[in-house]
Design a protein around this ligand. Structure first.
Ligand code: CP
Length: 318
């Protein structure tokens, strides 16, 4: 991992890039969350505009589809005064036979000030970070990591119920293929939460990225004493064929309904990284519950979280 140690307040930020949660110390995570919380407060007041990244050009490279992440990175960059160039990979010269490496070298020759990359292959952001001169932010690679999603989940929990330390989080669904779950297991363990993973055998990871995770095969068992639920969809794009007998049978056993929420603590809150698949991973009334569902709050918090990460990595500091 390339280092570019910056002192921000009392915290030394060790990395030039944000590739994964595993590279962040607890102090660095808290630095990002504190700044994201500040930006969230400012955005709540309306019409916030900063010139923290004025004169910078941020390039987004999405080799895989996105609604939330790409849009919120673009909005976040513009809120900080940067200009954004989205390379449309459907019409790029990759389609004429240019290699991935030559594409990245070509882009680097134009001197962007930051690159945001999503890729379906494990480790693609690491490869890019070693080839370019500017900071690289991983916007999701395969099922390995999606660090800014995990950070925005942490911000959402913090803004709704406070410190996650000592809380129990249940992650439900296709955890075996979820980059969000991988990043969240690392992040929330670092922040002192207890984690339950609830999934059918076929969607349960063979091993977890960190120690101390408890696994359950039923919602009734896995939701006991749980304060926070994170619901993951089934990532069909990362496998061949469907891993489940039927959507109805999966929903019956693992779909979140109001009735099944009663297994958890009374004030349980529900997060889901989105896109959500209604009627498979959760019911409409759970997804749309105004008190307990934070799904749209997560989307909202994606902007200040990405503002904080870009500010820390891309702003000139004297
Ligand atoms: N949660 C998430 O990464 O959403 P998108 O795929 O829409 O970016």
């Amino acid at each position: 991992m390339t280092q570019n140690i910056q002192k921000i307040g009392k915290t030394k930020f060790q990395n030039k890039h944000l590739i994964g949660i595993e590279d962040l110390s607890v102090d660095e995570i808290n630095l990002i969350l504190d700044l994201a919380n500040h930006y969230a407060d400012e955005l709540d007041k309306g019409d916030f505009q900063s010139d923290a990244l004025k004169g910078k050009i941020i390039l987004t490279l999405f080799f895989e589809d996105s609604t939330r992440t790409q849009t919120s990175f673009e909005i976040a960059a513009k809120r900080l005064g940067a200009e954004v160039v989205n390379l449309d990979l459907k019409t790029s010269s990759l389609n004429k036979g240019e290699t991935f490496e030559d594409t990245i070298k070509t882009i680097n020759a134009m001197h962007p000030d930051g690159i945001i990359i999503r890729h379906h292959e494990h480790g693609a952001p690491v490869v890019v970070s070693k080839m370019v001169d500017c900071p690289v932010i991983n916007a999701g690679d395969s099922w390995r990591e999606h660090p800014t999603q995990a950070l925005l989940d942490a911000l959402t929990i913090r803004r709704k119920i406070g410190d996650v330390k000592g809380k129990t989080i249940a992650m439900i669904g296709d955890i075996a293929h979820s980059r969000v779950a991988n990043s969240n297991m690392k992040l929330f363990t670092k922040l002192g939460a207890k984690i339950h993973v609830v999934a059918p055998e076929i969607l349960m990871p063979e091993k977890f990225p960190v120690e101390g995770i408890e696994k359950f095969f039923s919602l009734e068992e896995g939701l006991k004493n749980v304060d926070i639920i994170i619901s993951d969809r089934i990532y069909l794009e990362r496998m061949e064929g469907s891993p489940i007998k039927s959507e109805a049978a999966y929903f019956e056993e693992y779909g979140l309904t109001k009735e099944k929420l009663s297994y958890a603590n009374d004030a349980v809150i529900i997060l889901a990284p989105g896109p959500i698949i209604r009627g498979v991973q959760l019911s409409d009334d759970v997804a749309d519950d105004k008190n307990s569902s934070l799904i749209l709050e997560q989307v909202r918090n994606g902007v200040p979280t990405r503002m904080a990460v870009m500010d820390i990595l891309m702003k000139e500091r004297g």
